[in-house]
Design a protein around this ligand. Structure first.
Ligand SMILES: [Zn+2]
Length: 77
C-alpha cells in the first residue's frame, strides 16, 4: 500500500499515464481509500487542464480560472 507521500511523489507520472499497470493500480487503490489524496489528484488534474488550455496566461488569471472551474465542477454534482 502506498503512503500519501508516495502518492504525491507519483502523482505527476500517474496523471501523465507514465506509471506501470502495477503503479497505476496502487495509486487507484490508495485514491479509493483516501479522501485527501482524491482531492489532491483532482486539483492536479484541474490545474493541468488549465495550463494546457492557457499556456501563456499570467498566474493570477490561472488562479481565477482554476477557482471558476472548481466551482463549476462542484455545482455539477
Ligand atoms: Zn492519501
Amino acid at each position: 500500500m502506498l503512503t500519501c507521500k508516495q502518492l504525491v511523489e507519483n502523482s505527476s507520472d500517474y496523471l501523465d499515464a507514465r506509471l506501470s499497470l502495477r503503479g497505476r493500480l496502487s495509486v487507484r487503490l490508495h485514491l479509493a481509500m483516501c479522501f485527501r489524496c482524491r482531492r489532491f489528484i483532482r486539483q492536479m488534474k484541474l490545474s493541468q487542464a488549465v495550463i494546457q488550455r492557457m499556456p501563456e496566461a499570467p498566474i493570477a488569471e490561472l488562479d481565477a480560472l482554476a477557482e471558476k472551474l472548481a466551482r463549476q465542477q462542484q455545482s455539477r454534482r
